[in-house]
Ligand binder design. Structure first.
Ligand SMILES: COc1cccc(COC(=O)c2cn[nH]c2)c1
Length: 242
């Protein structure tokens, strides 16, 4: 997979050189490129914004500069344009899974009051998939942090990036659609607190049941919306006790 990220603060994306994503890039599992939007400006001041039509506070990012950048970056084939924005549809694990199947993602990091609406309109009309996505109901100063979140969520799903793909199965929001059960490691007693006996029993069926019960309990308590979203087939009668 190729991922392009365009920003007026490309250094913000330096974190993607680290850890798992950094290793995936070195291993050739992920072709990730960060670009400075100002490289596509033509004026002496390298201007990327202007005042909003219709008035109002703040500045809007110009469509012509974004158009030059995205045209160049999508010249080699079909790309999915992702625009992080507070006004987007919610980015979830399901979104990450869908994005992880794409050949190329282009993240457009907005700043100021946002990007001229015609940019998304133009690329939809040109046949590209365009997703305006929100990582949560709050406002950041720009799309860079949201892009870091989404790139990490997507990259870890790519084959070979995570050492043990097994660990993707039982995590929160995984296939079962539940929050993850509590985890424990050595020492068996810490701060006068013990590890639940069942986990030391070696009885794998009981451990599986205990873990599912804790996951259901936690999900019912913290995210009843996820329980409601589960289709009936995944909950057996024992599960319904929560
Ligand atoms: C593209 O237009 C804008 C305008 C304002 C801020 C941003 C940055 O994104 C966010 O703030 C965000 C993303 N998910 N939740 C919050 C983009």
């Amino acid at each position: 997979m190729r991922i392009d990220i365009v920003s007026i603060f490309p250094e913000y994306l330096a974190a993607l050189d680290l850890s798992l994503v950094g290793k995936a890039r070195v291993a050739g599992l992920l072709d990730l490129r960060v670009h400075d939007l100002r490289d596509w400006t033509t004026d002496r001041h390298r201007t990327v914004d202007d005042t909003p039509f219709g008035g109002g506070a703040g500045m809007v990012m110009r469509p012509d500069v974004w158009g030059q950048a995205i045209d160049e970056l999508t010249a080699t084939g079909p790309a999915h344009l992702v625009v992080p924005t507070p006004s987007g549809t919610t980015f979830t694990q399901r979104t990450a899974e869908a994005l992880a199947t794409e050949d190329q993602l282009v993240f457009a990091c907005g700043r100021y009051e946002g990007i001229d609406a015609r940019v998304a309109e133009h690329y939809r009309a040109a046949g590209h998939r365009v997703s305006e996505l929100s990582i949560g109901d709050y406002v950041l100063n720009g799309g860079e942090v949201a892009s870091l979140v989404m790139v990490e969520a997507v990259a870890r799903l790519l084959p070979g990036v995570i050492g043990n793909p097994e660990s993707l199965v039982e995590e929160s929001h995984g296939a079962a659609g539940l929050l993850e059960y509590p985890v424990y490691t050595k020492p068996p007693v810490w701060s006068d607190l013990e590890v639940p006996d069942v986990l030391l029993s070696g009885h794998h069926a009981k451990i599986r049941r205990w873990r599912r019960d804790r996951a259901l309990e936690k999900t019912s308590a913290r995210r009843p919306d996820l329980i409601a979203a589960l289709d009936a087939s995944t909950l057996d009668k024992h599960d319904r006790a929560f």
